[in-house]
Design a protein around this ligand. Structure first.
Ligand code: ADP
Ligand code: AMP
Length: 213
């Protein structure tokens, strides 16, 4: 059962995807993670993406589509979650063509719904492991030792796009470009809406029940 997980920045897509990976054996395809990896590696794609990401703007569709195409080609039948993609209507239609050319299908689009005030709190308190990518929150999910990843001990960082001015711009981009996808998924008959303002485990239980697991 292949999934899209979508919602505003900070809704908990990465957090819930990590649970779907560890509990249900999914493969996560996060375009944000793939782009940050390209930035760290200093590839030409990464250099092109970085200034847009730091300003909270979307990188060009063909760049992210290329990353998704590559990841889908390595699945060998493992079910996948698309996290952070598609991000606009054009990406959705390109995804549909790509999936049909590969003989793949989306079963659900899980929409994580969270009030905007809570999103700002979540994003400004988010800290991410610079090595393994584990996600923490200063208040809701603090690491055992401040500033250090529980899993690998590497330093935690504050994403440049999780600073207040950029958060506002990202939420604007989300409302303009990404929120309209909800109606499209509804029309496709695959929308599953989850109240994601609740604790992590409660949200995960709600997702599981939408998946019948
Ligand atoms: P997204 O991938 O949608 O941008 P994340 O999964 O990275 O969101 O979560 C954003 C921040 O909110 C992180 O600091 C994470 O620890 C925290 N968070 C995620 N889900 C919850 C939740 N259900 N309750 C409280 N905090 C959460
Ligand atoms: P995320 O990790 O999903 O919050 O994404 C971080 C940033 O990466 C976004 O603000 C965009 O600049 C870029 N990005 C991630 N996914 C996409 C996408 N599907 N289309 C365009 N840009 C993206």
């Amino acid at each position: 059962m292949n999934l899209v997980i979508f919602g505003a920045p900070g809704a908990g897509k990465g957090t819930q995807s990590a649970l779907l990976v560890s509990e249900l054996g999914y493969r996560q395809i996060s375009t944000g993670d793939l782009l940050r990896k390209a930035v760290r590696e200093g590839s030409s794609l990464g250099l092109e993406a970085k200034s847009l990401m730091d300003r909270g703007q979307l990188v060009p569709d063909e760049v992210v589509l290329g990353l998704v195409r590559e990841s889908l080609g390595t699945l060998n039948g493992v079910p996948f979650i698309l996290d952070g993609f598609p991000r606009n209507l054009s990406q959705l239609s390109q995804l549909q063509s790509l999936l049909s050319s590969l003989g793949l299908k989306l079963s659900r689009a899980v929409f994580l719904s969270v009030d905007s005030g809570l999103l700002v709190e979540r994003l400004s308190g988010r800290r991410v492991c610079s090595k393994c990518g584990s996600v923490y929150h200063l208040i809701a999910k603090p690491p055992r030792t401040p500033g250090e990843c529980d899993l690998c001990g590497a330093p935690l960082s504050h994403r440049p796009d999780d600073k207040e001015g950029v958060i506002r711009d990202r939420l604007g981009v989300y409302n303009r470009d990404t929120a309209p996808l909800k109606d499209e998924f509804r029309k496709l008959g695959i929308l599953a809406e989850v109240d994601a303002g609740r604790p992590e485990t409660v949200v995960f239980a709600a997702i599981r029940s939408h998946l019948g697991k």
